[in-house]
Ligand binder design. Structure first.
Ligand SMILES: Cc1ncc(COP(=O)(O)O)c(C=O)c1O
Length: 395
């Protein structure tokens, strides 16, 4: 064991020292040792990475792609991302200057936040939210302005955004995530257009976290970039759609002037993502069959889950994308979602994430991930039913 010298013991970043470690993993670890626990906790696809993607990664090693790629990433991957954006959103980005490839979408988000904001900048974060945005904003000294979307069933409406911006006239930007973690909501073209109008009218820039963009059910994904590309930074990737979380590859696209700065920071942070991951990603963009397959499997699970909860008379937010379902804690258990999640884990052997971990508005809910085999989900719902039955007279 190596102990830090007493004379240097306070020499860490003081902003970081006041930030909490990621709550999802901490809760997941807290319950992980419960015997026979069915984990509907983490957002980690259970599906296998498509074979063609694995082959592409392996071939990259055999072809001796052993040296640094361009900091912005290999050109063929930037071109694949550009083609994807044209095909899905009809927005044309220049692979030379408007796209970089990143180490997962996480590095893309970090680079975008660090490059775009200054200390004191106010940034709207609709909550509940993926727990990375607020610590990252605080780390750069920006001020997150949380907007609790629970009253509007977790959708930020254009009207609400406009009201908030009138109350906070110094807000410079917004971070939007859709399809959404943890609620599974997303926005229609009409809703997105209305949000875009408000964002433009208030002269904001937007970071659009679209990591779940390929996982929408019975409707297509609409990017904010379709309406306001001149002020939108899109963070995207294949971690979820192609079960590639461990490859650590993603991309950021946006207007040239912003991308120049993001690219600069990205090169300071990581130089470039690894070559095998980038070549694998090129192949993943080609493999549409794999996404279709994943989408239909997740959808089947979602349908099972929603039917099971409806039969138990448990309310939830109807998911439209990603692989999460936001379930209301049944009234008789009170409103402490953490207590409920612990009880469910210890007494029923079902693991889920307390909604409060995702910030204001998440209280009273738990997040169930259906990136888990259907047989496990079925078993989990059986356990939940027994658990609820056992506690029928609880007050
Ligand atoms: C909303 C959201 N954004 C970003 C990420 C990070 O994805 P990646 O694995 O590509 O870094 C996640 C992962 O759970 C997420 O849920």
């Amino acid at each position: 064991m190596v102990l830090l010298g007493k004379d240097v013991s306070s020499q860490t970043n003081w902003v970081l020292a006041n930030l909490q470690p990621a709550g999802i993993r901490a809760f997941n670890n807290q319950i992980a040792s419960i015997p026979h626990l069915i984990k509907l906790t983490v957002g980690e696809p259970d599906l296998k990475t498509p074979l063609s993607v694995k082959v592409a990664a392996t071939m990259s090693i055999w072809r001796n792609h052993s040296h640094y790629s361009a900091a912005a990433g290999i050109l063929s991957l930037r071109q694949a991302v550009a083609a994807f954006m044209v095909k899905t959103q009809q927005v044309d980005y220049d692979p030379a200057t408007e796209i970089i490839t990143t180490v997962g979408s996480t590095e893309g988000l970090a680079a975008a936040i660090m490059a775009a904001f200054n200390p004191g900048d106010q940034v709207i974060v609709p909550t509940p939210a993926y727990p990375l945005y607020i610590p990252m904003l605080k780390f750069v000294g920006a001020q997150p302005v949380s907007v609790n979307t629970a009253p509007e069933r977790f959708k930020l409406t254009a009207l609400r955004l406009d009201e908030e911006l009138r109350q906070h006239p110094n807000v410079r930007a917004i971070i939007l995530n859709y399809p959404h973690n943890p609620t599974g909501i997303t926005y229609s073209a009409q809703e997105m257009r209305a949000l875009a109008q408000v964002i433009r009218a208030h002269h904001l820039i937007a970071i659009a976290d679209e990591i779940y963009g390929q996982l929408t059910y019975n409707h297509s994904h609409v990017s904010l970039a379709r309406f306001i590309p001149e002020r939108t930074i899109v963070v995207t990737g294949l971690s979820k759609s192609h079960a590639m979380t461990g490859y650590r590859v993603g991309a950021v696209v946006g207007p040239q002037d912003l991308m120049r700065e993001i690219a600069k920071l990205h090169s300071y942070l990581v130089t470039a993502p690894s070559n095998p991951a980038q070549y694998a990603a090129v192949q993943a963009y080609r493999d549409e069959r794999a996404v279709k397959g994943a989408r239909s499997r997740y959808y089947k699970r979602q349908q099972f889950l929603t039917a099971a909860l409806t039969a138990m008379d448990i309310s939830y937010i109807q998911p439209r994308g990603a692989f999460y379902l936001f379930m209301r804690v049944p009234e008789r258990y009170g409103t402490d979602d953490r207590k409920f999640a612990l009880k469910l884990a210890y007494q029923a052997g079902v693991g889920c994430i307390p909604g409060q971990i995702f910030g204001p508005g998440g209280e009273g809910y738990v997040r169930l991930s259906y990136a888990t085999q259907l047989s496990q989900i079925k078993k989990a719902m059986g356990r939940l039913k027994d658990f609820i039955g056992r506690n029928e007279y609880l007050n």
